[in-house]
Design a protein. Structure first.
Length: 559
């Protein structure tokens, strides 16, 4: 066979493969169109509860759920945060028998088959008697909005109560246009917020929160409060759920005066706060450092004034401490107070995010999943043209997770190549609530090839000596393993209970460290002179200049 013949055969093979892949995408698109076009059974009654923070909209929805549960109906409460789901779970238990109440989140499962379940939106049942869908303006979120959209599109509940920001009202009215009865309940804030003068570490009242937007900033502010004789604790994303609950409880019981927190409190975490003080009004959003949007600041400010359901001082201010680098915008804080009190905001909610599920993809092999996803995207775009309130979510994250899994097990790229697992298994893997840059590669290898993960376990005696950083990393690793274990059983020889126990041990260590009445880290001190400096730098300006003032800039690699 000549070189020309070989080249022709290769070209024909590529053309055949390309036709096959286009066929896969067309088939996936056709299946997805059928699934997307299928409408839910319209609910008998929908109540849209629209209002700002602390306006009682969630309270009224939960009261309705409890009342219907007492009549024997089943129900679901769906929230954006596991902490909020846990809070409502405890509230439900106070009114209903324990055997009737369950909790389901990505990290906890308590009596999941119960009649009445409090859960995160991703874990919510799509059918039942009653659904209370909280913080429904999350429907527009690019990363997680699909969980709310799934309940709007495919949910089948008789009675639905939706709590949301007023800006989501038009979208939600459109989504429930086929409801038997649609009621709009406008809620006003129970207590009016007051914009207060700047607060410092000595003047901030007990029962307050200082807000910053990074772990290092939170720990630096915590140190400053401790140094000024205030009792304080912290709350931020890297803390495991058990440790977060402990810190909230310490504030609630009055054990500490101030909690320094990230914007984790901005979405329904009901702390009994007298005041909220902004140490920062800018944040890194994963792509860039930017100014807080007005509605974001208002969500956080609205956490003030919650010392009872309908009473509280509700003070909001900037925080004026002695740590360099913090310069909150008092004008933005003042405007946020007005929005939290009911003034119009800059929030625009006109599209609901839509993401595929396995049934809409058909039954692709692991290697065919990317092509099925692209086919789904074509169908979703067509469906969005018919229902303009829908927006197909990006599939790039799913493709990244798929590529990470493929590289981990060294699976060939070609569609016909076998994988060490079937399509549903790989799909469950790439949709796990686990970061692709975290423990996901190890989990994928363990699930698909049986690689042991026993070596990452640590005995309690080792965990009890960990630093704060070490305990947080170990808790995150165990949490990822625990999440995978709920879907796959034992992963790498580590079952869900072992991983959960490891996370709990790390959580206890974090609680122990945070409870010590001394600074957790030296995050706000210069490593050279030990004077205060911005927490995101290692050295103060003077020491930085002194270290590099001999560099003339001609040779960037000279030092």
């Amino acid at each position: 066979m000549t070189d020309r013949d070989l080249a022709r055969e290769r070209r024909q093979a590529r053309q055949k493969e390309s036709r096959r892949l286009r066929g896969l995408e067309r088939e996936a698109a056709a299946r997805a169109r059928v699934r997307l076009a299928a409408r839910t059974t319209p609910p008998e009654r929908v109540v849209l509860r629209l209002g700002p923070t602390n306006s009682g909209k969630t309270h009224d929805g939960i009261e309705f759920l409890i009342a219907q549960a007492r009549l024997g109906l089943s129900g679901t409460y769906a929230a954006p945060l596991r902490m909020l789901a846990r809070e409502v779970y405890e509230r439900l238990r106070a009114h209903l028998p324990d055997e009737r109440v369950g909790l389901v989140t990505g990290e906890e499962r308590i009596n999941p088959q119960a009649d009445v379940v409090s859960c995160t939106a991703e874990s919510a049942r799509t059918c039942g008697d009653v659904l209370v869908l909280d913080e429904a303006h999350w429907v527009a979120d690019h990363d997680r909005g699909h969980a709310w959209t799934r309940l709007l599109l495919t949910g089948s509940h008789r009675y639905i109560h939706v709590a949301a920001a007023p800006e989501a009202g038009a979208l939600l009215r459109t989504a429930f246009v086929q409801a038997g009865h649609l009621e709009i309940a406008q809620h006003s804030r129970c207590t009016e917020l007051t914009h207060a003068p700047a607060m410092g570490p000595r003047t901030i009242p007990a029962g307050s929160a200082v807000v910053a937007f990074s772990r290092r900033a939170v720990l630096a502010l915590h140190r400053e409060l401790i140094d000024h004789g205030r009792s304080a604790t912290v709350l931020y994303g890297a803390m495991p759920p058990g440790a977060r609950r402990e810190q909230i409880q310490r504030l609630v019981t009055g054990e500490v005066e101030v909690i320094v927190t990230t914007d984790v409190i901005g979405h329904g975490v009901n702390l009994p706060l007298r005041a909220v003080a902004f140490a920062e009004t800018g944040k890194f959003d994963g792509k860039e450092r930017r100014r807080l949007r007005l509605w974001e600041a208002a969500q956080i400010a609205g956490r003030a004034g919650r010392r009872g359901f309908a009473a509280g001082e509700g003070l909001v201010a900037t925080y004026a401490g002695g740590i360099p680098g913090f310069s909150p915008d008092a004008g933005l804080v003042r405007a946020a107070v007005a929005v939290a009190n009911g003034a119009p905001s800059d929030l625009s909610i006109i599209k609901a995010s839509l993401r595929p599920d396995w049934g809409e993809l058909g039954d692709p092999t692991p290697a065919e999943i990317p092509h099925a996803l692209r086919g789904w995207r074509k169908a979703a775009r067509r469906e969005a043209s018919a229902r303009p309130w829908l927006r197909p979510a990006s599939i790039e994250t799913l493709l990244t997770m798929w590529e990470t899994a493929r590289a981990t097990v060294r699976a060939p790229v070609t569609v016909d190549a076998p994988w060490p697992g079937d399509g549903p298994t790989v799909w469950r893997l790439i949709t796990l609530p686990v970061d692709a840059d975290g423990a996901f590669p190890e989990i994928a290898a363990a699930v698909l090839t049986g690689r042991s993960l026993r070596t990452i376990l640590r005995p309690d005696s080792v965990i009890s000596r960990m630093s704060l950083d070490e305990a947080e990393r170990h808790a995150a690793l165990m949490r990822d393993l625990s999440s995978a274990g709920r879907s796959f059983g034992a992963v790498g020889g580590v079952d869900h209970e072992e991983a959960a126990a490891g996370e709990e041990a790390a959580s206890r260590r974090i609680v122990e460290l945070v409870a010590q009445r001394r600074p957790l880290v030296n995050a706000s001190l210069c490593v050279s002179c030990a004077r205060p400096c911005a927490p995101w730098f290692q050295r103060c300006d003077d020491c930085h200049r002194a270290r590099f003032d001999w560099y003339d800039g001609d040779d960037p690699f000279a030092w």
